[in-house]
Ligand binder design. Structure first.
Ligand SMILES: Cc1cc2nc3c(=O)[nH]c(=O)nc-3n(C[C@H](O)[C@H](O)[C@H](O)COP(=O)(O)O)c2cc1C
Length: 159
């Protein structure tokens, strides 16, 4: 299986998750790990699975990721999205937790764009938690990311 992982990261937490996903993916096939800013000319036709990841910022992906997904050609390729986001249990004051959850997350927006372009989106979205704006990742999230990739990749072969 040929797997492309394209991500953005401001403080490095999403990069750590993308690297964990790549490590897990390498057990299944050939992996291309790209920062979205280096993904100009990216050709999805060369892959069996596209994974896109972003930090959630203002309920949305970063502009670099939005530009990347917006610029993708239409394709019937299998795809999945993940994001990093604040752990709701660590958000204060408590009513702000509700606002942030209702606002939505980067992966929801990425998946929306992928759907519009005909990609076969595999569920669930990856949702990896940080304990503060700049991190660190919640303990166990790296392992959860490795498992998530295998779960998603299972959907590629079974159709
Ligand atoms: C300007 C800004 C907006 C943010 N908006 C959200 C948000 O809407 N929801 C959320 O859960 N976390 C939000 N966060 C926290 C980010 O998700 C967190 O910084 C990110 O997961 C860290 O990933 P990175 O290290 O790859 O940049 C925001 C952080 C910043 C700096």
């Amino acid at each position: 299986m040929r797997i492309a992982i394209v991500y953005d990261s401001v403080f490095g937490n999403t990069a750590v998750i993308a690297e964990a996903i790549a490590r897990s993916a390498r057990e299944l096939g050939e992996v291309t790990l790209l920062q979205a800013r280096d993904a100009a000319g990216f050709d999805p036709a060369a892959f069996d699975l596209l994974v896109v990841g972003s930090p959630t910022r203002g309920f949305a992906p970063t502009p670099v990721i939005s530009e990347f997904t917006g610029g993708l050609p239409k394709a019937a390729l299998a795809a999945a999205a993940f994001d990093t986001r604040l752990d709701p249990d660590h958000i204060q004051p408590v009513p702000l937790r509700w606002v942030i959850q209702v606002g939505g997350y980067a992966a929801d927006r990425i998946v929306g764009t992928l759907h519009e372009k005909g990609y076969r989106v595999l569920a669930p979205n990856g949702d990896f938690l940080v304990h503060g704006t700049e991190g660190p990742l919640k303990p166990g999230e790296i392992e959860r990311a490795e498992v998530w990739l295998k779960q998603i990749a299972g959907g590629v072969s079974t159709g």
